[in-house]
Design a binder for this molecule. Sequence first.
Ligand code: ADP
Length: 603
Amino acid sequence: MVIATTKIQYKILLSIILIAGLLLTLFTSQWYWLNKGKNDIAAQSEKQINELVLFIDQQLAQFEIIPEVIATNPILQEGLLAQKDPQKIAQLNAYLSELQEVTESSDIYLTDALGVAIAASNWQQPNTFINQDYSFRPYFIEALSGRAGRYYAVGTSSDKRGFYFSNPVLHNGVVLGVIVVKVDIGVIEQQSTGIAIAGQYEFMISDPDDIIFLSSINHWRFRSLAPLSQAKRFALNTSKRYATRPISELAIKPPYNALAEAELHTYQITSANGSETFLEKNKLMPKANWTLHVLAPLKPLYKSLPTIMLLTASLYLLLVLLILYAIERRKNLRRMLHAHNLLEQRVKERTLELEQANTKLKDTQDELIQAAKLTVIGSLSASINHELNQPLAALRSYAQNTQTFLGRNMFDDAKNNLKIMIELTDRLADIIAQFKSFTRKSQGKDNAIEIEQAIEQALTIVQPEIDKQGVKLCKTMLKGKCQIWGDTVRLQQVLVNVISNAIVAMQQSPMKRLNITASKATTSNKLIISIQDTGPGVREGQMSKIFEPYFTTNERQGLGLGLSISQRIIESMQGKITVENDVEGGAIFKIHLPIYLYEDART
Ligand code: ADP
């Protein structure tokens, strides 16, 4: 329960972290994207503004020189000096009209020193400039003082936006009049708009009063960037720069600040078509004293944001999934490693347990083998007893005789007796040594066994019983030297067991004959020890049973373990033990063992 609650808490915490991470990533990515986008746009605007300034400057420069050149033409001075001469004036009008056509300017006109136009290129038109008073225009005042003038304004008669270039017409150093070339700024605006459309931006040009008079957007024209104070309105009316055009404020947010220091200015401008946000860059055009503004719309940048956000969110989710997958994988690997270690530990424990059980089993087996061996010895005890008692009794009688010989000073006979007694003692020691070696627990060590020697040693153990039962022993050994690999004591135990069984089986037989033959198999490198008796043989139904543990027909003395243990011992030596009955009666036990070394006597 506690673990389940902790898991839920962990999941909630993880979800909160992931959501917070997503929001942070989205926020950062949006900030980065907008910032980068704005910087890119600003860099682009910088280039565009320079291009546009250059273009407009070049356009105006074409006309700048014209009034200066015309002013030197004597026809102008002559006209000014003879204003009452209609012929001269007509001549002047024709000249100006021709010039206007050649230079593709809007209008060219000549004013007298009072600012009243005396001749104009549009002399034929109804709203001709002739007789109009331009003395209030700054370009007139500038030229009157002997300098070239330039000015932007909406024509009072034409109501067209124009740029005016003026120059004084001098006669003997006195200003007789002023020649003015008016350029239709609408044409420049049109061409600039084309450039702006190609560059996907908007532009506007504002005068020193922050009034926009040129723009790629009609609605922005004749709007004030800054709030219009009463005094400013009054000044504008006085200068008649914008003739009768009403000037209103541009709906711009935040309020336009021409001196703003920030690198990037973003403004929201509202017009009839709705609101739009622009990034603004501006540049002063010093000659005209104008400010050119390039306004790059931020709409495309904001439009691309959802896609970017979606992409960022997808990448974030992918990253999160990858991280979660990696964590889960690591967890699984750790779990697997833990399980592997646990399994290894279990296997080790189990192996140890099995090893211990194996050792225990081996110990028990050894005990059982030892017990079976001692049982055989037990069954042979009577004859062994006899085998030992015989020399003991002889020793006693020789000792008594020796005593008598010594009493009669028959030292040579006594000496002879003592020699025999020593020999008897040696024989006793030999018999005991054999039994001692047979009855000792096996060390479980294998080595090469000389087969004839092993049979002889086994016979030493059973010899007293053979003698006691009056069994005739026939031995046929191999001619050469033959060795097998195994435990000597164990092999002896098998041989003693099979031989003593044969002796027991022959107890009731009239003829007791034991054939022990060691031979080499003809087809394989095997040794066969055959032990054949003349007993009744193994009963047919018991052939397969006699090797089973605890099967015995000798209830009085047998445990029924002898043959089953013998079989195990022989099998552990990679051999086998078989039984068959001889056609003439009696059992034949055959022990097959792999030969370790064989040396033929003939070689
Ligand atoms: P035990 O000698 O204690 O009975 P064994 O396992 O040595 O146990 O022998 C099992 C049985 O096999 C014997 O009881 C006997 O019936 C039979 N047997 C063994 N050797 C012979 C033999 N040479 N002839 C007839 N039967 C035999």
